[in-house]
Design a protein around this ligand. Structure first.
Ligand SMILES: [Zn+2]
Length: 131
């Protein structure tokens, strides 16, 4: 188990809470936008097909962003739970301590840098999936 000082725990806790609030606000805004776009048929009917497709693509894009935000929110909440139960900061793969710098940059990180690289290499990464 990784021991953090009270100050460090507080720092991570505050960082996670802030990001959590940001994500919730962003998700609510994006969902409200997507709803508005969908319940505005008048705006769609006066435009030509090309604009309509563009509007739909914009909604789809918003929803893709919302999905990504929800995933990040889940990761943040999981990190907050780990912080509460005292397992925060240890790599889920090798059990080693995740570097403090890495946690400061990504408080929701569940793997150390080495295991994350290995994980991304094995899963093919986002770039590999594009091809
Ligand atoms: Zn590891």
């Amino acid at each position: 188990m990784i021991e953090f000082s009270a100050a460090e725990r507080e720092e991570f806790s505050a960082q996670l809470a802030l990001r959590n609030a940001e994500l919730v606000a962003e998700i609510e805004t994006k969902l409200a936008q997507a709803k508005t776009e969908r319940v505005a048929p008048d705006a769609v009917s006066v435009t030509d097909g090309g604009d309509k497709a563009l509007l739909e693509a914009a909604s789809g894009l918003n929803l893709a962003i919302v999905r990504r935000d929800v995933e990040e929110l889940r990761a943040i909440e999981a990190a907050q739970a780990r912080l509460a139960e005292g397992t925060f900061g240890s790599c889920t793969d090798c059990g080693e301590a995740i570097a403090c710098d890495r946690l400061r940059a990504h408080p929701a990180a569940i793997r150390c840098a080495a295991c994350q690289n290995e994980f991304e290499r094995r899963s093919g990464g986002i770039h590999g999936a594009k091809l």
